[in-house]
Design a protein. Structure first.
Length: 335
């Protein structure tokens, strides 16, 4: 088998090992199915590994050198054969071996927990594999000698889509990537041959303000209560249609107040995701009494950090809003 793989590899055109723009996934709400589809777990930080005869570099998806950010991964790439390019995702693992997005953001302190999960082999021994089908590339990837435990091969699952989604939900992971087994590697393109389905998590947040827009509300400003303090979390713009924007505006209009109800605004410094809500941006905001609750879906929540995805629905409530398992405080709308 190895001899046949080597013969097929030697017949491929030669190419220089260098950064290749990652092939993109189309976002879908339902996974494609059929015998030509296989599934992978969507992990965290997309990265391209390049090993030449002179150096080893781990690149971000935008071609930034990440060697200083992930020094252990860069060191591990050095053990790969020369003239190799691999595609995968950087992941920090917790004590149980599960991906932990929070630890990945603290990459300096958590460097020992960071691994590189590889799902594709694009160049091997100076040969271009991108015109081979994914199923063939995966065979060559399986034969690649990985001498460092920090580099692992991401598993593929040939199971029904519903079973894959159920397993990902039960494990509370980010999502699923579906790939055609016959797909070529089309650098920088989103062709439909690769798709991803995000399995977002929902949480109720109290609305403390909004930024006006043509249909009434352009985005809402949400937070939660930590004791008696009303804490800002994020601005949410996605998930609205014009009718919803008008409906939310009509509900918030009677609650308009003069000052921000959030104890931690304005923000200063740098935001991990998106722009900070500083004093200048706050001038565009309309503040409301925090009595209206919105359900927001998001990918990850950790105390002090957030990645809010989109607004789902709103409601009035007079009771205590239950908190997400990773929050130490609850949402308590004041009626």
């Amino acid at each position: 088998m190895e001899r046949k793989l080597r013969a097929r590899l030697d017949a491929l055109p030669r190419t220089e090992a260098s950064f290749i723009e990652p092939m993109e996934c189309g976002l879908v709400s339902k996974l494609p199915e059929g015998p030509d589809w296989t599934y992978e777990v969507k992990l965290d930080d997309r990265a391209m590994g390049v090993k030449t005869s002179r150096e080893a570099i781990i690149y971000s998806r935008n071609c930034k050198n990440f060697n200083k950010r992930y020094p252990y991964i860069a060191e591990a790439l050095g053990y790969l054969p020369a003239d190799t390019v691999i595609d995968g995702e950087i992941v920090a693992l917790d004590d149980s071996g599960r991906p932990d997005f929070h630890r990945l953001q603290h990459f300096v302190a958590e460097a020992a927990r960071i691994h590189y999960f590889v799902f594709d082999l694009l160049i091997s021994n100076g040969r271009d594999l991108t015109k081979l089908p994914l199923s063939e590339r995966r065979k060559h990837l399986a034969a690649l000698e990985l001498r460092s435990p920090r580099i692992r091969i991401s598993e593929q699952f040939d199971i029904p889509a519903a079973d894959m989604v159920l397993a990902i939900r039960q494990q509370q992971l980010e999502g699923v990537v579906a790939k055609r087994k016959s797909s070529l590697y089309e650098a920088g393109k989103r062709t439909g041959s690769w798709s991803k389905m995000r399995l977002n998590r929902g949480q109720e947040f109290v609305i403390g303000g909004f930024i006006p827009g043509p249909h009434g509300v352009d985005s809402i400003i949400v937070g939660y209560y930590r004791g008696k303090d009303f804490v800002y979390v994020a601005r949410v713009r996605n998930g609205f249609v014009p009718a919803t924007r008008r409906m939310v505006y009509e509900k918030l209009k009677p609650l308009i107040i003069d000052k921000s109800p959030f104890v931690n605004l304005p923000e200063t410094g740098r935001a991990r995701w998106g722009d900070i809500l500083d004093l200048e941006k706050m001038r565009k905001c309309v503040w409301v009494r925090p009595e209206f609750v919105g359900v927001v879906e998001f990918l990850e929540w950790t105390e002090g950090e957030k990645t809010v995805s989109h607004y789902t629905r709103s409601s009035n409530t007079t009771g205590e809003v239950s908190d997400h398992t990773s929050l130490s405080s609850s949402l308590r709308p004041r009626i």
